[in-house]
Ligand binder design. Structure first.
Ligand code: ADP
Length: 273
């Protein structure tokens, strides 16, 4: 059984509900502040740990209270945090999120320590073995993501690359991933950029997901509470199941089931391990 190594972001999400979004220059009064743990990297690491994988995380937090709390939180999920560095020079990554009454979000991401993750943090990727899965998203600098993919592939590990939020990644790196994971919006941007990777898994919201000739339906959800993080639950669970040696279709079904559960809780991660 392989390990899952997530190289990615750790953010604290600050969420305020508003009647409508403010116009430039305007001040609005919103609801009570909700603070939640997020960042696609850590969200996916938590999902993989919940799917029973042995998970380690590579990333950075700031030398502040939120960073310390975040590391403790990941450790409580049995995630190996030895390579989550405390960066002395920048704060923990943060996302300021306004949720309007119509459900539309506006989000400002302040990468903070995530932006300091460098290729020097990736040394352990050279010691992976076949069967290990390296799970990547695009909330770190593209250079770091590309280097991580190349090292992981050179070591014989499987690369799973979630192209979110969408950015143009070089063709050779896309061709290393098995699969590249995109939602419908990212799939459109990828096609518009002329990219056509060999292995692409598309998530289709309430319509499920497809990967080559395999399609799986979404699980039925009685009450949709918050779809934030559905994609992250999907990616983390898929990586865990592939690391466990499952075939593509079984891994996708498990991923869809986990994503459906995640739409039933607020925010991107469950509140308790
Ligand atoms: P993202 O959250 O990245 O935009 P999607 O919206 O495609 O990604 O959702 C990812 C996965 O989450 C889907 O493939 C599906 O399995 C599951 N999912 C999303 N929305 C729902 C829903 N309303 N009901 C059930 N499953 C859902």
């Amino acid at each position: 059984m392989g390990k899952v190594i997530v190289v990615g972001s750790l953010n604290v999400d600050s969420i305020v509900t508003v009647e409508r979004h403010p116009r430039p220059g305007e001040t609005l009064i919103g609801g009570d502040l909700q603070t939640m743990f997020g960042g696609k990297g850590a969200n996916q690491a938590v999902a993989a740990a919940m799917a029973a994988a042995q998970v380690s995380m590579i990333g950075r937090v700031g030398d502040d209270a939120m960073g310390e709390q975040y590391i403790a939180r990941l450790a409580a999920f049995d995630i190996d945090v030895d390579e989550v560095r405390v960066d002395p020079s920048s704060p923990t990554g943060h996302a300021a999120i306004a949720v309007a009454a119509d459900g539309e979000n506006t989000i400002i991401v302040s990468p903070g320590a995530n932006g300091r993750v460098s290729v020097d943090d990736l040394g352990s990727l050279d010691d992976l073995s076949e069967g290990d899965v390296v799970l990547l998203q695009l909330e770190l600098s593209i250079d770091v993501v590309e280097d991580a993919a190349r090292r992981a592939a050179a070591a014989g590990a499987r690369v799973v690359l979630n192209l979110a939020p969408y950015a143009d990644v070089s063709e050779d790196v896309l061709s290393l991933a098995d699969p590249v994971i995109v939602n419908e919006h990212e799939a459109q941007l990828m096609r518009a950029a002329g990219r056509d990777p060999r292995s692409v898994l598309i998530t289709l919201g309430a319509d499920g997901a497809s990967w080559g000739d395999i399609s799986v339906p979404a699980d039925r959800v009685d009450e949709v509470v918050d779809t934030t993080g559905a994609g992250d639950s999907f990616c983390g669970t898929l990586a865990a199941r592939l690391a466990a040696g499952e075939h593509r279709e079984a891994a996708m079904r498990a991923a869809a089931a986990a994503a459906a559960v995640s739409v039933g809780w607020p925010g991107a991660q469950p509140s308790e391990p």
